[in-house]
Design a protein around this ligand. Structure first.
Ligand code: AMP
Ligand code: ZN
Length: 309
C-alpha cells in the first residue's frame, strides 16, 4: 500500500519516473509547482506580459490554459479551425471544447477559421499542393505557425505559448538526432526567441511534463477535452518515435525526461559552439607521455600502465 508523500493520504497518481506518489490535491499542487518552475528556469515570461495560448481542444493545451490562470498569469486563447471534419468532425468537436472551456472560465478566445479566412480548408491545401501530398502534417504545421504568429502580432501579445509536452519534445528530439538535423537541434528548446521583427517569442511551459501526467491532471481537474488524435497523424513518424520512447521508459523509468534534459544541458554547455567547450579550455599535458589530459598529473593511460613498464 502506498501513501501520499505529502500528507499520507490515499494515492491518486504514482510516478515511477519521479519515485513519487501523491493524493489528488497534492498532485494538482505538484503540477502547478512543476510548471511554474519550468517557466522561471527557462525565463519563459513574466506575469506582466500579455500571453496568447494556442489551444487545440486536447488535454495538454486546455490544461495549460487552466494552469496558467491558476498560477496568476493573464492568457487569452487562440483556436485555429483547420477544417479537418470529413467523417469524424475532428475540428468542429475540438472547437466546441475550446469554446466551452473559455465560456466556463470567462476567458477570451480568438477563433480563426482557415476556410473562412483563406478560402480553403487545411485538407484542401494538402490535396492541392505537392508539399501537402508528400507531407500532410507539414502543410498543417505551416498554416498553424503562420496563423499563430499573425494573431499574436496583431493582438500585441508578447509571447505565444503552446501545449507541447515532454513526449512531444522527446519525439521531435529523437527525429532530429536520428538525422542530425543540426539546424533544428540548435533551435529546439523550451523557448524560441523572436529573432526577426514580426515574430513573437514562443514558449512551451509543459516541456518537462509527461503526457501521462497531463492526462491525469485533466482528469482530476474535470477538464473536458477531445480524446481523438488528428486523423492525419495516424502512422506518422512522431507516433512511431513516441512508441519507441515509451518502450525505453517502461524499462528505465525517467529515460524520456533524461533524454530531453541532458540535451538541453549539453546545449547550455556549448554543444553547438565548440570554441566554448569548457573541457577544451582546461586540458593539461601529461608529464609522462605529453598527450592531453583533463586533470593535472599523469593521464589515465599512463596511470593504468604505471609500474608495468
Ligand atoms: P500538435 O501539433 O497537435 O501536437 O499540437 C501542439 C500544440 O499546438 C498544442 O498543444 C496547441 O498548443 C497547439 N495547437 C495544435 N492544434 C491547434 C489548433 N487547431 N489551434 C490552436 N492551437 C493548436
Ligand atoms: Zn496528499
Amino acid at each position: 500500500m502506498m501513501y501520499c508523500r505529502r500528507c499520507g493520504g490515499k494515492v491518486a497518481v504514482h510516478m515511477r519516473q519521479h519515485k513519487l506518489a501523491l493524493c489528488k490535491d497534492h498532485y494538482l499542487e505538484w503540477v502547478l509547482e512543476q510548471v511554474d518552475k519550468a517557466i522561471k528556469r527557462y525565463q519563459m515570461f513574466s506575469s506582466q506580459e500579455r500571453m496568447l495560448v494556442a489551444v487545440s481542444g486536447g488535454k495538454d493545451s486546455l490544461s495549460l490554459w487552466d494552469i496558467l490562470r491558476r498560477l496568476g498569469y493573464q492568457a487569452d486563447g487562440l483556436y485555429i479551425g483547420l477544417g479537418i471534419d470529413e467523417g469524424l468532425g475532428y475540428s468542429s468537436e475540438s472547437r466546441r471544447m475550446c469554446e466551452q472551456f473559455a465560456a466556463e472560465g470567462g476567458l477570451k478566445l480568438h477563433v480563426v477559421d482557415v476556410e473562412q479566412t483563406y478560402g480553403e480548408t487545411v485538407p484542401g491545401m494538402m490535396r492541392r499542393t505537392e508539399r501537402g501530398r508528400q507531407k500532410a502534417c507539414a502543410v498543417c504545421g505551416l498554416a498553424k505557425r503562420h496563423i499563430m504568429n499573425q494573431v499574436a502580432r496583431e493582438g500585441g501579445y508578447h509571447v505565444l505559448v503552446t501545449g507541447h509536452n515532454l513526449d512531444d519534445e522527446a519525439a521531435v528530439l529523437m527525429g532530429n538526432t536520428l538525422n542530425w538535423l543540426t539546424g533544428y537541434l540548435v533551435r529546439q528548446g523550451p523557448v524560441l526567441e523572436a529573432t526577426r521583427s514580426g515574430m513573437t517569442r514562443k514558449a512551451k511551459p509543459l516541456c518537462r511534463m509527461y503526457e501521462r501526467e497531463m492526462a491525469a491532471y485533466a482528469l482530476l481537474r474535470g477538464i473536458q477535452y477531445i480524446y481523438e488524435e488528428c486523423p492525419f497523424s495516424e502512422g506518422s513518424k512522431t507516433i512511431y518515435y513516441k512508441e519507441i520512447l515509451n518502450k525505453l521508459e517502461h524499462d528505465r523509468p525517467g529515460a524520456k525526461l533524461s533524454f530531453y534534459l541532458t540535451f538541453l544541458q549539453a546545449k547550455e554547455n556549448g554543444l553547438f559552439t565548440p570554441q566554448a567547450d569548457p573541457e577544451l579550455e582546461m586540458l593539461h599535458t601529461c608529464p609522462s607521455c605529453g598527450q592531453a589530459t583533463t586533470a593535472p598529473g599523469l593521464c589515465a593511460f599512463c596511470r593504468m600502465v604505471e609500474g608495468y613498464q
